[in-house]
Design a binder for this molecule. Structure first.
Ligand code: PEP
Ligand code: MN
Length: 368
């Protein structure tokens, strides 16, 4: 499936001449002084193109700081006048959109909580009709690619062609080192079905702490994401929101300096030649993998027929344990990741069981 989005290339609406594209600023605009001083330091790094700041903050619990409100828009306006940085704020209602546009905000973004709610997204999309402003859409809080796609479609159908996605990680029940699990495969899936849609990475909200940020940023670069939206505060230790994950402007500059930038394509013909050769090898091996899996399925069908004739159950746990054990031993010897090997075998085994189900019941058993 390919996503049908009517969008303009990022370079046509945000040509900063800087690589990677960096949007940075505090989680929340707290005071005029904090907003302006952070903006000046960020601009001075020469690495930041857009100043971000939350004005209306969606908080999990009431009573926490819920944003400074409309007055913050005036601080951003001043920051822009003084530094030349473009400005970006999160909008969650039609009123936010109107106020942000009236105050001359350059870029709007839709936060993760809003993306999770199609009513909210539609309200924002309706407010954007007839407006020419770039909109960035964060992934929804929950790992649901359709919600993310739905939000992109709603905003795009409202006529917004300057569109990009922000990967900020997903909430998961299991607690890991990340505040929000990156689940990179969801961002990759989005990239696969919408190859022209720019994707920015938000390492701050994925990590929830400063320590993991370099790892996540490098991974985003390696996956060919176009840039970052990253929180920066003049003094993170006293930040009113998300204190643990914000970095000083100086630390931000260092993070960017340490990135190992790679390119999707190279102009070196020797490299291209070698790459083409290696890709041919991969194609050959992939064909073999498919063929071998198909051969395996044929045998699986034969076994299914024997089992049916002899009234034996499809799943025999001992046999499955034996398969997994033997394959893991081989994988270990061949330096293959064990987790990966088990997942691969499970995938093949599930398909084998599905096939045998068809044979033994004459029709597929419905998934529940
Ligand atoms: C933010 O960018 O400060 C924010 C609230 O992010 P998210 O919507 O990703 O939680
Ligand atoms: Mn934040």
């Amino acid at each position: 499936m390919k996503l049908n989005l009517d969008i303009l290339p990022l370079s046509s609406w945000l040509n900063t001449g800087k690589e990677p594209l960096v949007i940075s600023g505090p989680c929340s605009a707290e005071t005029e002084e904090q907003t302006l001083s952070t903006a000046h330091l960020l601009a001075a790094t020469g690495k930041v193109s857009v100043l971000r700041a939350g004005i209306w903050k969606p908080r999990t619990r009431p009573g926490e700081f819920e944003g400074i409100g409309s007055i913050g828009l005036q601080w951003l306006k001043r920051a822009k006048e003084e530094t030349g940085l473009l400005t970006a704020v999160e909008v969650a209602t039609a009123k936010h959109v109107e106020e942000a546009l009236a105050a001359g905000v350059d870029i709007l973004w839709i936060g993760a909580r809003s993306t999770a709610n199609p009513f909210t997204v539609q309200e924002i999309a309706d407010a954007l009709k007839g407006v020419d402003v770039p909109v960035l859409i964060k992934n929804p809080v929950n790992p649901d690619l359709s919600l993310w796609i739905g939000a992109l479609e709603r905003v795009n159908r409202a006529g917004i062609k300057k569109l990009a996605a922000i990967h900020r990680g997903f909430s998961s029940y299991e607690k890991t080192a990340f505040r929000n699990e990156p689940m990179w495969d969801l961002a990759i899936q989005l990239k696969t079905i919408a190859p022209d849609l720019p994707i920015l990475n938000d390492p701050s909200h994925i990590c929830g702490n400063r320590e993991l940020i370099p790892y996540v940023m490098q991974k985003a670069v390696d996956l060919d994401m176009q840039g970052f939206i990253i929180e920066s505060h003049i003094d993170p230790s006293v930040a009113w929101t998300d204190a643990k994950q914000q970095v000083t402007p100086a630390a931000l500059a260092e993070l960017i300096d340490h990135l190992n930038l790679r390119h999707a394509d190279s102009n070196d013909p020797v490299f291209e030649d070698k790459l083409a050769h290696l890709r041919k090898e991969i194609d050959k091996l992939d064909d073999q993998v498919i063929k071998i899996v198909a051969d395996r399925m044929k045998i699986v069908e034969k076994i299914g027929e024997y089992k049916r004739e002899n009234g034996v159950t499809i799943l025999q746990v001992n046999r499955w344990d034996e398969i997994i054990q033997k394959r893991q031993n081989l994988a270990k010897a061949l330096n293959l990741d064990l987790d990966f090997t088990v997942k691969l075998m499970e995938l093949i085994h599930n398909e084998s069981i599905r096939k045998q189900n068809v044979i033994m019941n004459d029709k597929p058993v419905q998934e529940v």
